[in-house]
Write a protein that binds this ligand. Sequence first.
Ligand SMILES: Cc1cc2nc3c(=O)[nH]c(=O)nc-3n(C[C@H](O)[C@H](O)[C@H](O)COP(=O)(O)O)c2cc1C
Length: 119
Amino acid sequence: MSGLPYFCEGEVVKGFGRGSKELGVPTANFPQEVVDKLPECVESGVYYGWANVDGGEVYKMVMSIGWNPYYNNTKKSMVDELITAIENDIQQSKDKLELPENQTFKSNNFFKDTDSKKD
Ligand SMILES: Cc1cc2nc3c(=O)[nH]c(=O)nc-3n(C[C@H](O)[C@H](O)[C@H](O)COP(=O)(O)O)c2cc1C
């Protein structure tokens, strides 16, 4: 897909709190400004990649970009289905990130907390 990999950074902000409570999948949320800057080619969907905090260890990550359609018009009794889907996304991401072409990004300078990156 063109436009990928895409690198972005921002503060971690509070989400709706459903990730931990209802889904058992704690999420870190980016503020709206970061989302607004996404290039158009990055469509709504689930993406895998790498993430770190303040130049620390780089971890595998999976990210949902979009509207959380599930929560707009679905009953709570179906939450199990979303949990299963997310767990499947997580497993697929873990596997894909093991591929050599994806491992290379883990050591990208972007993740280093160097002076040149500080403002
Ligand atoms: C890997 C992954 C897959 C997701 N897939 C969906 C989805 O298919 N449908 C949906 O409505 N939300 C999806 N979400 C978004 C979750 O609904 C959202 O992260 C959750 O509500 C937690 O948000 P909160 O921290 O703001 O409460 C996904 C999130 C992740 C991390």
